[in-house]
Design a protein around this ligand. Structure first.
Ligand code: FE2
Length: 380
């Protein structure tokens, strides 16, 4: 299914306080700068079930970089590596390791989105530019957000090509089966001490977002570590950006560990939605993806906390899937270990069964699991 299929857009008001002056139609793609895009692409295909979609590199006329585009239902990843030394991508990788450079947002009008956000105080990443080929045209523009992360606005009015001008179809012989991942549920940013409110203000004032929920250090603390988090969302609720900052604890928090190894603010995790978390996580585990586990004791009283659920408890316990409930329903979620050598980015798998929240009831069990990992890295 193509992300650009949806032409008659109804934008329900999920977050009535947000002003959708852009408006954002969805996440168009997430671009990661990585040391070795060819091998990273193989990992996301073989372990995560992404399908090869498009390619740009020396063969398409690029001189200094290469990009592979992968897709699974509505999720598109772009993996980009430099081909020469000393450029902007090299500097990014040197500073941060592999990580998310761009969260690209699908809009009706990239020129207006750029103008409106820059007028409201966004720093320009690049001015609107028109890309054209035989399949149509795409307009891109970009602004900076936290750390060295950027948002690219993508206007693809009826573009018929495989991804965008400059890319050619990529059809390797190897094309693995997907694992049932459907769309990006949310993308979380970690920012430094006392920077959370500043970045929430950025999303409110510059992007027209409103706050959905917040968690303070009393919600999210263990004996050792704490963090604070606010969730910002756009008007139609399709884009949700929780922002975390460290809070004082007896030992170093996972957010501080991230900031230290990422060398600044950046994307902490992507949450990818599935309609069948048991199947998805079983496939991912069989393909080598490593998840955080919670003690078996978590499952002894979980149903007392969350009430009736449709799933059998046994596979949830065997896989380490967590459950939480809010006023509107429940959700199932699980988190990978960091997917890179630096303890920075990880991926969450989430299945929502009515719940619109983020698993607050699991934070404590989860953070204790993360601390056990930090302990083994000597970074707690
Ligand atoms: Fe999350």
């Amino acid at each position: 299914m193509s992300i650009s299929d949806n032409t008659s857009l109804q934008l329900p008001k999920e977050n009535p306080e947000a002003q959708d002056f852009l408006p954002l139609l969805g996440t168009d793609y997430v671009e990661l700068y990585v040391g070795n895009a060819k091998q990273a692409a193989h990992y996301y295909m073989s372990a995560w079930g992404f399908q090869p979609l498009a390619y740009a590199g020396l063969e398409t006329g690029l001189k200094d970089r290469v990009s592979y585009v992968l897709q699974q239902d509505k999720i598109r990843l772009v993996l980009t590596s430099p081909l020469k030394s000393g450029g902007e991508i090299n500097k990014h990788i040197n500073a941060h390791g592999d990580g998310v450079k761009a969260i690209a947002l699908w809009v009706d009008d990239a020129t207006k989105s750029y103008g409106e956000t820059v007028k409201r105080g966004a720093n320009s990443y690049f001015e609107p530019r028109l890309l054209r080929d035989e399949y149509g045209q795409v307009i891109l523009s970009g602004i900076h957000t936290y750390g060295e992360t950027v948002h690219v606005f993508v206007e693809r009015k009826g573009y018929k090509g495989v991804f965008m001008p400059g890319y050619r179809p990529w059809k390797p012989y190897y094309s693995p089966k997907d694992v049932g991942l459907r769309y990006i549920d949310h993308m979380v940013g970690n920012v430094g001490w006392n920077e959370m409110n500043q970045w929430c203000k950025f999303y409110a004032e510059v992007m027209g977002f409103a706050q959905l929920v917040s968690f303070d250090d009393k919600d999210i603390s263990t004996e050792y570590t704490a963090l604070m988090s606010k969730v910002m969302s756009n008007g139609n609720g399709r884009i949700k950006f929780p922002i975390n900052e460290p809070a004082d604890g007896r030992k170093k928090s996972q957010i501080e560990e991230y900031i230290e190894f990422y060398n600044g603010a950046g994307v902490q995790h992507m949450a990818l939605a599935t309609d069948n978390i048991i199947q998805t996580v079983t496939s991912l585990r069989n393909r080598g993806v490593e998840f955080l586990t919670v003690p078996v004791s978590y499952y002894e009283d979980v149903l007392d906390r969350v009430g009736e659920i449709d799933e059998d408890l046994t596979p949830l316990r065997d896989l380490g899937i967590l459950v939480d409930r809010d006023e509107e329903g429940y959700l199932l979620q699980i988190f990978t270990k960091p997917i890179l050598d630096r303890p920075t980015m990880f991926i969450e798998i989430i299945q929502r069964k009515g719940a619109k929240s983020f698993g607050k009831g699991n934070f404590k069990a989860l953070f204790e699991a993360i601390e056990r990992e930090q302990e083994s890295r000597g970074t707690l």
